[in-house]
Design a protein around this ligand. Structure first.
Ligand code: TGC
Ligand code: FAD
Length: 384
């Protein structure tokens, strides 16, 4: 779509190259599958291996662990392109890369890293991230999942809810309290006492698999605790910072798809003997949509530079996630209106993006929670 502020000029050749490669992949392989995948409520499994071959899992990790050593701007651009296809596909990459490979990279032993990361980069092992519980969402510190030290490892009990990719994951990064401190564990599917069930009846993110995880006296060997998670809840929240950054870019990708669809429709749809794009009220909506997309991209780009200089603070990430999700949802609703009745048809991508964005607005910290995180940063007072 139109690059109104010529942000393109701020990208390096390498960043553009990766973005254009993923753009072609999304146009040719992702978009043609998504309408039907959403309607059927199925994740298109054939994309996993193709995304692995494109190097999209663990993109920012060093090559010795199977990553591509890419910078954060590149990762952001990849998320933007993937979510232009579907939020569920970007979710898949976010969970695998930011929520599973990232904690293993920063918190695991060298042996764990060497074992898990290359296989995950190749898409041979799929991960999921279990923080949320039925009674613990915005306040993960209130989690009930518990780890008890025993000979040679730990016994875990608890339930995790709304976990992306749980139904197909080979491993789960599970957060549970050990002596009242939240710790991270790598749990493999074959461990006794680990069970997943798919969450059905979703009207959003239908092309992404979501599940419940039940841990019943699940024995986890000593080798599978994340040694670097002794910081407690902050360690779990640090992973969210990585994923929220990708979501900030991704949500704007969904907004771009909605804007492009609405612009094209408005130029072609005639009412009152003229294209609806000729009406001032429709032009106002289109201009507002493009303006918010451009503003969010500028914010994301600056945040990407801060990430690449290792200077990003999690409250800045909250601002980008909050802004992108709110504006993308508004843009999707405006686009849906411009398409009239066709706006509710899955023949067009808009209603699918709009419904998906309802989840994206809620997961990884709701709009309210990000307001409170930024509010605490500027006032010094925690309001939760
Ligand atoms: P609080 O006292 O604020 O924090 C505890 C310690 O952690 C530090 N911290 C962070 N560090 C890194 N990154 C962050 N984002 C951090 N947020 C906080 C904090 O500085 C503190 O450190 P220290 O050294 O002082 O101890 O903890 P709190 O219990 O008061 O909670 C604060 C709150 C509400 C902001 C937090 O719990 C929160 O973010 N809640 C939202 C929960 C959430 O986002 N859940 C997401 C689950 S995963 C998911 O949705 C995946 S979707 C996947 C997909 O499909 O893409
Ligand atoms: P609650 O925390 O119960 O919040 C309900 C409402 O109350 C919200 O509007 C919230 O903003 C508001 N609220 C809560 N506290 C306050 C307050 N102090 N002040 C003002 N308002 C407040 N989790 C994982 O761990 N891993 C995953 O892979 C994962 N994937 C997901 C996939 C999907 C499709 C969805 C929908 C969710 C997923 N989640 C996942 C869970 C997600 O992170 C939570 O849904 C989210 O953190 C909100 O928690 P909750 O749903 O329990 O809502």
């Amino acid at each position: 779509m139109e690059d109104f502020l010529q942000l393109e000029h701020q990208l390096t050749d390498d960043e553009r190259l990766v973005r254009d490669t993923v753009r072609r992949f999304v146009d040719t392989r992702v978009i043609p599958l998504m309408g039907e995948a959403f309607e059927k409520g199925e994740y298109p499994h054939e994309l996993t291996q193709e995304m692995a071959e494109l190097g999209l899992f663990g993109l920012t990790l060093p090559e010795e662990y199977g990553g591509a050593g890419a910078n954060h701007i590149t990762y952001g651009l990849v998320c933007q392109e993937l979510e232009r296809g579907d939020s569920g596909i970007r979710s898949f990459v976010s969970v695998q890369s930011s929520l599973c490979m990232h904690p293993i990279y920063v918190m695991a032993s060298e042996e764990q890293k060497k074992h898990f990361l290359p296989l995950m980069a190749q898409g041979k092992l799929i991960g999921c991230y279990g923080l949320t519980e039925p009674d613990s969402g915005s306040d993960p510190g209130s989690m009930q999942s518990k780890a008890t030290k025993v000979d040679g490892g730990y016994i875990l009990n608890g339930t995790k809810m709304w976990i992306t990719n749980a139904p197909i994951a080979d491993l789960a990064i599970i957060w549970a309290k050990l002596d009242d401190v939240v710790r991270g564990f790598i749990i493999e599917r074959h461990f006794k006492g680990f069970k997943t069930t798919e969450v059905k009846h979703k009207a959003s993110l239908r092309a992404s698999l979501t599940g419940e995880i039940v841990l019943t006296d699940c024995f986890v060997p000593e080798s599978h605790i994340l040694p670097g998670s002794e910081k407690g809840l902050g360690a779990a929240l640090g992973c969210l910072t990585q994923a929220r950054y990708g979501i900030a870019w991704g949500a704007i990708g969904a907004a771009m798809a909605c804007y492009e669809s609405a612009l094209d429709y408005a130029k072609n749809r005639k009412q009152f003997k003229q294209p609806i794009a000729s009406f001032q009220l429709i032009q106002k909506d289109l201009v507002d949509m493009l303006t918010e997309i451009t503003k969010a991209q500028t914010l994301n780009l600056q945040l990407g530079h801060l990430f690449d200089q290792n200077q990003a603070h999690f409250s800045q990430v909250s601002m980008a996630k909050m802004n992108a999700c709110r504006e993308a949802l508004k843009i999707a609703r405006m686009a849906r209106n411009i398409l009239g009745a066709n706006g509710i048809s899955l023949e067009y991508p808009v209603i699918r993006h709009m419904n998906n964005l309802e989840s994206v607005f809620t997961y990884e910290g709701t709009d309210n929670i990000h307001h409170l995180i930024i509010g605490r940063e500027i006032t010094g007072i925690a309001a939760f």
